[in-house]
Design a protein around this ligand. Structure first.
Ligand code: G4P
Length: 526
């Protein structure tokens, strides 16, 4: 086993809906040879994902509900792309998927810059120090000034930027990009999708530049590059690897423009699996001991089998089909019999895997998000955080005879991480559901009816913040101190619900000894 992990690259793509994630994913898969025709990922007009349309709801609504994990080979590298739901309303899944990635591509729409969803997802990467590579998309459309975009990224996200390519015009005047590191102009040829003409220059003062681009555009480009070279940030790989600095690329995913250059550089930038912390232990990918953690549980991926799949990210050692591992939370040995990997549309049984790989483990109901599996005794990876939901609702069961089905459904969906359950003391029978996006209530209503046979509706509650309260003993104490709604989470910890920031600030002012946490650690091993 000659350091197989070194040829693994595990990454995710973060963006606001419509920035071009599906289009870029498709192009990456196309170049990687995992699919053979553009349009496979999403049949364009129907806006439907073919790669991840595991669920009926996805087909009905034409949106991507589940995260899919895609594997493809490109230039001797095994790429694992953790695809994340693009819809505004499915971010909780996305959050946790990001914790399994070693690197992230951040796509920005050149006309819009940093958008709310980008900011949230960025925040998750930041918490873990995940390196981020930025791709500014849709340069073929009217765009914001490239300097403005870069300073927006710096100001709003608090990360330094270093352009690797620079746009030459935008919209109708878009002529291509200048590759700053190789001193190459890549010409954009409208209508000739995928074809690009590269011209190597002897620096930005090369007399050919004027002939190539026209006098005015070349003078503008010269001015801009001079400015960048004079006042711009220097490239610092360590700062990139620790998530402090992002290289920026410009292009157009739809027109295949700038993609190859981006992919070439991304290949060099995206780091192989690195060490991860399990308490005091630093687990290194080259360690002999096999270890992995579960970052996603997906029920009913294949309706004809009604199966449940737990997605595990391998962190060290070698996985072998049928191997026995220690399940830290359950405190016992289990055998990993059925494991699958995902190659574009297909699922394949996998017999061996290495650090960086994602395994789809058949789950008879023993896995929860955050669980650690390891050979050679127990190990518990630092927890995958659970994020504050933004919408809350109480379930109303329409057919009281279906309470058992409802309980089973809601329990399984909570373990899957689709919904967070909270209990209000005294009303244990009517759990409160918390979700990140409102549309998830629809998903839950649909799934509980179709997969578990219980018809429900949600009564919306007016809260928008959940805060795990450190310093408060229990719900009673929260109640006494006039917290708007005191509940417990699935692990019995006290949680305060607030309608708005003002309420939160008021309670914080009155209770200085309390600390309010926006995320709750998953109790792996608890
Ligand atoms: P998402 O997954 O991030 O939500 O975005 P997606 O790739 O679905 O792209 C959103 C829309 O933007 C799509 O158009 C897509 O074709 C378009 N798009 C993506 N990249 C570019 C680009 O580089 N230039 C231009 N001009 N458009 C781009 P749509 O009309 O919503 O859907 P469709 O009918 O074209 O599929």
């Amino acid at each position: 086993m000659a350091n197989e992990y070194e040829s693994r690259r595990t990454f995710a793509i973060i963006s606001h809906p419509d920035a071009g994630k599906t289009t870029l994913t498709e192009k990456l898969l196309l170049y990687g040879g995992a699919i053979h025709a553009a349009g496979s990922v999403k049949s364009r007009k129907s806006k439907r994902s073919a790669v991840s349309d595991w669920m009926e709801l996805e087909k009905e609504r034409g949106i991507s509900v589940t995260s899919s994990v895609l594997q493809f080979k490109y230039d001797d590298i095994d790429w694992n792309l953790l695809d994340t739901p693009g819809h505004n309303d499915f971010s909780e899944d996305t959050y946790r998927t990001l914790t399994a990635a070693d690197c992230a591509i951040m796509i920005l729409d050149a006309a819009k810059g940093v958008e709310p969803q980008t900011r949230k997802l960025f925040h998750v990467c930041r918490m873990r120090g995940t390196p981020i590579v930025t791709f500014v998309n849709k340069l073929d459309r009217p765009a914001r000034d490239a300097f403005d975009l870069m300073s927006q990224v710096e100001e709003v996200l608090g990360i330094h930027t270093v352009p690797f390519t620079w746009p030459i015009g935008s919209g109708d005047l878009f002529q291509g990009v200048y590759d700053l590191r190789n001193r190459v102009v890549e010409r954009f040829q409208k209508g000739e999708v995928g074809k690009r003409a590269e011209v190597t220059l002897k620096g930005i003062d090369d007399p050919e530049l004027g002939k190539l681009l026209g006098d005015e555009p070349s003078a503008t480009l010269r001015g801009e590059i001079e400015l960048l070279e004079g006042a711009g940030e220097d490239w610092d790989e360590q700062a990139f690897l620790s998530g402090q600095l992002t290289p920026v690329f410009f292009g157009s995913a739809l027109n295949n423009f700038g993609i190859e250059t981006f992919l070439r550089d991304f290949k060099a930038l995206c780091p192989p699996p690195g060490p991860r912390l399990a308490g005091d232990v630093e687990v290194r990918p080259e360690d002999d001991r096999f270890s992995a953690f579960i970052f996603k549980v997906q029920a009913n991926m294949d309706p004809s089998h009604r199966d449940r799949v737990a997605f595990a990210r391998v962190c060290s050692g070698k996985f072998e089909g049928g191997m026995r591992v220690h399940h830290a939370r359950l405190g016992k040995q289990i055998r990993l019999n059925r494991a699958e990997q995902f190659f574009a549309q297909d699922r394949e049984t996998v017999m061996e895997a290495f650090a960086g790989d994602i395994l789809g483990l058949y789950d008879p109901g023993i896995f929860r998000i955050g669980d650690t599996l390891s050979s050679d005794g127990p190990l518990v990876f630092d927890a995958v955080p659970r994020f504050s939901p933004e919408h809350f609702g109480r379930i109303q069961l329409l057919d009281p005879l279906k309470r058992k089905q409802l309980q089973k459904g809601i329990q399984e969906l909570a373990e899957e991480g689709t919904v967070q359950l909270f209990t209000q003391p005294g009303r244990e029978k009517d759990p409160i559901c918390g979700v990140v996006g409102r549309l998830q209530f629809e998903v839950l209503t649909f799934r509980i009816q179709h997969e578990y046979g219980a018809k429900i509706v949600f009564d919306a509650l007016p809260y928008t913040y959940a805060r795990w309260v450190e310093g408060a003993a229990d719900c009673e104490e929260l109640d006494r101190r006039r917290v708007p709604l005191a509940v417990t989470d699935i692990d019995g910890r006290p949680v305060a619900l607030f309608r708005d920031q003002w309420e939160l600030d008021r309670i914080a002012r009155d209770n200085e000894g309390w600390t309010f946490h926006e995320t709750a650690p998953m109790l792996a091993g608890a």
